[in-house]
Design a protein around this ligand. Sequence first.
Ligand SMILES: Nc1nc2c(ncn2[C@@H]2O[C@H](COP(=O)(O)OP(=O)(O)OP(=O)(O)O)[C@@H](O)[C@H]2O)c(=O)[nH]1
Ligand SMILES: [Mg+2]
Length: 240
Amino acid sequence: MVLLPTLDEVEGIAEVVPRIPMDQLNDLGWEVEALVIDGGSDDGTIEVAASLGCSTIRQHGKGKGAAMRHGFSLFLEGTYDSLVMLDADGTYHPEEIPTFLKGLQTADVVVGDRLKGAMDPDAMTRTNYFGNHLLTWCAVALYGVPMNDLCSGYWAFSRRSISLLKLNSMRFEIEAEMYTACTLEQLEMAHVPIRYSRRLGEAKLGSVKDGWNILRKLMVRRIFRAPPQSSLGQGNLNID
Ligand SMILES: Nc1nc2c(ncn2[C@@H]2O[C@H](COP(=O)(O)OP(=O)(O)OP(=O)(O)O)[C@@H](O)[C@H]2O)c(=O)[nH]1
Ligand SMILES: [Mg+2]
């Protein structure tokens, strides 16, 4: 399953979905469903996604974190073997999905690494570039498990690894919590260099506020290794 979170991403979704290499993936033996998990777009994102053959669903709650957890729980209800997630804003390249799936043959989780990959010169603001390096450094210092690009939005998981992740993030701290949850479960993480391009449409991430939330999540999860057991519903994902 390819999971695409969207919030007013009509331009991005129209660009990204047709570039998912369906034929190549089918030839490799993968049956693929693209699931758009939407946070309440009113710019026609859902209609465009549906017209391009995606399944679409309105997320529970608000924020990218809540959307990903909802998407993960829907994945666990189904029967697909693997999940690939990527932002729907045109920054990540769906043509690279086969590389992620290949990585899953030897690892539980594959993380796309923009910092070692080919980043277009105008793709990331200086603040985000610096912030991401700093947060990645903090993550490795706190958890001791290699990570190159903590805030990457391009990941692949085996079914088993998704079923083990204990998550409760609401917003853009979700990727940091995915990392901490992988370290807790001692999942094997592989890193693949990826391309990163300038986004289409408007950014939803506020660098400073969200950067702080990410740092706070890293510190909280260092002390409380998982969200409270009582709040973890089906699939450990805090979904009703
Ligand atoms: N379902 C859902 N998706 C969201 C929400 N907020 C953001 N997204 C999507 O999550 C992805 C990442 O959001 P962005 O705004 O691109 O954040 P970012 O990639 O961290 O930041 P930029 O580098 O500025 O693009 C995009 O595909 C958004 O449309 C939300 O509340 N709900
Ligand atoms: Mg983005």
